[in-house]
Design a protein around this ligand. Structure first.
Ligand code: GAL
Length: 328
């Protein structure tokens, strides 16, 4: 077993403890990466340190108090500096969306060139996941603090697991599991990225997909997703489309190798386009530890392609140097 410190030397070790530059395990689950002005920013769920089962909920609703959204920065994707909790929980008002008893999950941040603001979208839910809403917050700086604006059901539709995708033309899209997680909606955001436009497409109808991670390669749009089994792993799927809002064609599980049918005991959260390297993508998975959620681990694996087909091979440890094919 390669020690976690291998990370600091310039490698990824699947499922190892991953310490930040202060030596503390990174607490940024269900995360996403934004690249801005030469720096990568990793935003994720800041989990409280006590996991408990949500009272009165029939399914395995393990959770922690919400600690808000944390942010880490890095130049090389291996070494991450803690930038603080950039969206703080609201401890003053028990009915606030970001109160510690609420659910704040899967935060994603995009920069809006026209307003100069950083916009964060996240899944906001009540302790029993009945609220099924999307929340939005805004900041003048990538490291916050973010000001929480509101939660709502986008286009009047339920939203749980979600991501935001910003296209090359500056338009951004909210991708969210809707209709009781049965169908995934994609809705363009308004030019300021603070709202959905009022229309949406229905994707993977009745297929119950969640944990969306979206990226673009060679003019095509990809969505990696998981099935709906709570914190327990299941089989990933990827889908490809010529247009950002679909229609998407599903191609099945991109994972290959040990435990591929369980997505290596992970669940998709984001795909990182590596800057300065052509067609180089890293897929981020959370390996949830449902009984001790703060100790959930990260699997970051390289994505490879054959034509338009994507593949994620199980790799115990690797670095971008193993993977460089061509630089831009
Ligand atoms: C998963 C979802 C996670 C979290 C969990 C709660 O299906 O992807 O983000 O909401 O359920 O059980």
């Amino acid at each position: 077993m390669i020690a976690a410190t291998a990370m600091a030397m310039g490698g990824f070790v699947s499922g190892a403890l991953w310490n930040d530059t202060d030596g503390k395990h990174i607490n940024a689950h269900g995360g996403g990466i934004m690249y801005h002005d030469g720096t990568y920013y990793w935003y994720g769920e800041c989990k409280g340190d006590l996991t408990y089962r949500s009272p009165g909920v029939g399914w395995e609703c393990y959770r922690t108090e919400t600690g808000g959204v944390s942010c880490y920065s890095s130049k090389d994707l291996y070494n991450w500096k803690f930038e603080g909790v950039v969206l703080e929980p609201d401890t003053t008002f028990s009915r606030s969306d970001t109160h510690p008893t609420m659910v704040v999950e899967r935060p994603k941040v995009v920069y809006n060139e026209s307003t100069g603001k950083f916009v964060m979208w996240m899944h906001i839910d009540s302790p029993n996941y009945g609220k099924a809403s999307a929340g939005v917050a805004v900041s003048d700086s990538p490291t916050g603090k973010f000001t929480y604006i509101k939660s709502f059901r986008p286009n009047g539709q339920m939203a749980r697991d979600l991501t935001v995708f910003k296209d090359d033309d500056g338009k951004a899209y909210l991708v969210y599991s809707s209709e009781e997680n049965r169908t995934m909606h994609i809705s363009q955001l308004t030019p300021d990225y603070l709202n959905t436009v009022g229309t949406y497409t229905r994707n993977f109808v009745d297929k119950s997909r969640e944990a969306p991670a979206m990226f673009k390669r060679g003019g095509k749009y990809y969505i990696v997703s998981s099935g709906c089994t709570g914190w327990s792993p299941n089989e990933a799927d990827y889908a490809v489309a010529d247009n950002v809002t679909g229609p998407y064609t599903q191609f099945g599980n991109p994972c290959k190798g040990k435990d591929a049918d369980k997505t290596f005991y992970g669940q998709s959260t984001f795909v990182i386009p590596v800057q300065g390297m052509r067609d180089t993508f890293i897929i981020m998975f959370d390996r949830w530890n449902k009984r001790d959620l703060i100790d959930s681990r990260y699997l970051w694996l390289p994505v490879t392609f054959e034509g338009d087909n994507m593949c994620v091979n199980w790799t115990e440890s690797w670095s971008l140097n193993d993977f460089i094919v061509e630089t831009k």
